[in-house]
Design a protein around this ligand. Sequence first.
Ligand SMILES: N[C@@H](CCC(=O)N[C@@H](CS)C(=O)NCC(=O)O)C(=O)O
Length: 216
Amino acid sequence: MPDIKFFFAPGACSVAPHVLLHEAGLPYEPIQYNYAATEIQFPADYTALNPKRRVPVLVVDGEVITELPAVSTMISQLAPEKQFFGKTPLETVRVYEWLNYLSGTVHTGTYGQMIRPWRWTTDADPKAHERVKDKARERLVENFAIIEDKLQGVYAVGDGLTAVDPFLYILYRWAKTRSGIDLSPYPKYTALVGALEKRESVKTVLAKEGLEALNV
Ligand SMILES: N[C@@H](CCC(=O)N[C@@H](CS)C(=O)NCC(=O)O)C(=O)O
């Protein structure tokens, strides 16, 4: 068994690989950092581990892995029988297609601006920050329409859970708890979130991170 350390913050994007670790049944040592408002309280020496000062981080036998898609790939390689990156070469391509979109466009390009708008403008005026947030909220609606359109079955790719689904889960969760956007136009996405909350892995991670189920 590899030695696995998992660095996360409750309710952050790290929920996604946290769910994968439980789906895989891999033993790991959790290292939790908490939020104070929007800022995660990383210790000063966290920079040595991840100079980007972000979660998730996975350390496997001393090898430090950052970036959610890479962390998910590592977990998948440790539990190949779970097929978290699809069952066929084309499904693997689809998983990467989704992960890139969710990571680059939805997570960073939209939520990054909605949650920490001051990082996206040189204008220190809080009104300017509100305008950045308003624009991000508009983009979130566009992003969710694309996600809704792409979804076909219970899960995002193929007929089983892949690394895409828990990532979709946390992005929906933020929309529900932080964005104020109307989620009724996304019934397929909502059904996926409902299906995930029935899984033991998601129930366990919500309990461990002190989060309430959305019960959509
Ligand atoms: N591109 C990174 C983004 C990770 C990221 O932004 N994580 C957030 C939590 S959801 C974080 O650590 N934020 C702390 C901060 O921005 O100061 C990834 O995919 O892992």
